[in-house]
Ligand binder design. Structure first.
Ligand SMILES: NC(=O)c1ccc[n+]([C@@H]2O[C@H](COP(=O)([O-])OP(=O)(O)OC[C@H]3O[C@@H](n4cnc5c(N)ncnc54)[C@H](O)[C@@H]3O)[C@@H](O)[C@H]2O)c1
Ligand SMILES: O=C(O)CC[C@@H](O)C(=O)O
Length: 325
């Protein structure tokens, strides 16, 4: 009898995938190479992805054997969960795997902006010693607005509290009682944008959050606002953001994520007031190990016909039977 086949289409820690080879037929492809993905997924019983692989209806249509899509990370915006559910394919992610890593990167990006760390470092490397050009501001005493008070948003608040900042949040699904109990004031989004010196985004990309921060919201901001986006590119209208930065209507932005990655052709990485990183919020050894361990455990369970913990679409039966939704 042939062994179940696992297709890995984005890089995972090799020390965790090595042991799969004893029980499974493990194949790899580059998920961003659409033709390669469509060809390889035909024989796959499980597909393991990160953020670069888009699992849409076309991929599911090519994958008649597929029982589970396992996303080694948090965001499911690159998976059509509804189509997978209709096809009877389980979807699982690793919701707590990288919360600490993203919160820590967020704090790092905020401090980088307040103290001009990337530009000062580049200047010293170029042989200069321009101390006066890099005078910054203290974070202490500033107002930090957290958009989305879920796992990452809450941890960002916790990590920033010792800096002596005023913590504010907007999250339509978190009650003011819940946020106040954690030392964070709840505000409507417009008030949050208008009050904040730092606005940091921690919401999933959904039709409701696409362009959540656009021209109208940026027009409400103080000129001292620094925007941080470690969630998803589509949550900020990048054209409006580039315009607000170029016209000095806000002070800066730190971006780990872009609407298109890499952001070829975007003016944002070239603006002096922008600090950017290549989607490395989850890019730590610890987070990658946690994410891979979580989803590979789920894949092993699914392929053994055992119950799978934490399904994003629990309507799909663990046995892989197609259900109608
Ligand atoms: N840069 C990276 O590498 C990286 C890593 C992990 C996660 N992320 C992104 O961060 C996002 C958040 O992760 P999380 O673990 O905190 O998720 P989470 O589900 O724990 O929290 C998301 C929060 O957003 C809130 N929310 C939903 N719609 C909102 C709206 N319109 N306005 C304000 N709040 C809203 C929800 O109520 C929830 O509390 C993920 O969906 C993912 O896209 C990025
Ligand atoms: O490592 C990755 O693929 C990025 C993951 C991150 O964006 C997430 O949503 O967990």
């Amino acid at each position: 009898m042939s062994r179940p086949s696992i297709l890995i289409s984005d890089p995972l820690p090799p020390h965790l995938t090595a042991e799969l080879h004893t029980a499974f037929d493990v194949r790899e492809c580059r998920g961003s190479d659409r033709a390669a993905l469509l060809a390889a997924v035909r024989d796959a019983d499980a597909l393991v992805i990160r953020s670069a692989t888009k699992v849409d209806r076309e991929v599911l249509d090519h994958a008649s054997r597929l029982r589970i899509v396992a996303r080694a990370g948090v965001g499911l915006d690159n998976v059509d969960v509804e189509a997978a559910t209709r096809a009877g394919v389980m979807v699982v992610n690793a919701p707590v795997s990288n919360v600490t890593s993203v919160a820590e990167l967020t704090v790092g990006l905020i401090l980088s902006m307040f103290r001009n760390i990337p530009a000062a470092s580049a200047s010293v490397r170029a042989g200069e010693w321009r101390r006066a050009d890099f005078q910054g501001s203290e974070l202490s005493g500033k107002s930090v607005g957290i958009v989305g008070f879920g796992r990452i948003g809450q941890l960002v608040a916790e990590r920033l509290a010792p800096f002596g900042v005023e913590l504010l949040t907007h999250d339509p699904y978190a009650s003011p009682d819940f946020t106040h109990a954690r030392g964070v004031s709840w505000l409507p989004l417009d008030d949050l944008v208008a009050t904040a010196d730092v606005l940091t985004l921690h919401v999933p990309l959904t039709p409701a959050t696409r362009n959540l921060i656009g021209e109208r919201e940026l027009a409400l901001a103080k000129p001292t606002l620094r925007l941080v986006n470690t969630s998803r590119g589509g949550i900020v209208d990048e054209v409006a953001l580039a315009r607000a930065l170029a016209e000095d209507r806000i002070a800066g932005a730190a971006l780990d994520v872009f609407a298109t990655e890499p952001p070829t052709g975007s003016p944002l990485p070239h603006l002096d007031s922008v600090v950017c990183t290549p989607h490395i919020g989850a890019g730590t050894a610890e987070a990658q190990d946690r994410a891979a361990t979580t989803v590979l455990d789920a894949v092993r369970a699914a392929l053994a016909g055992l119950p799978v913990d934490g399904l994003a679409n629990p309507e799909v039966l663990a046995a892989g039977t197609a259900v109608t939704v």
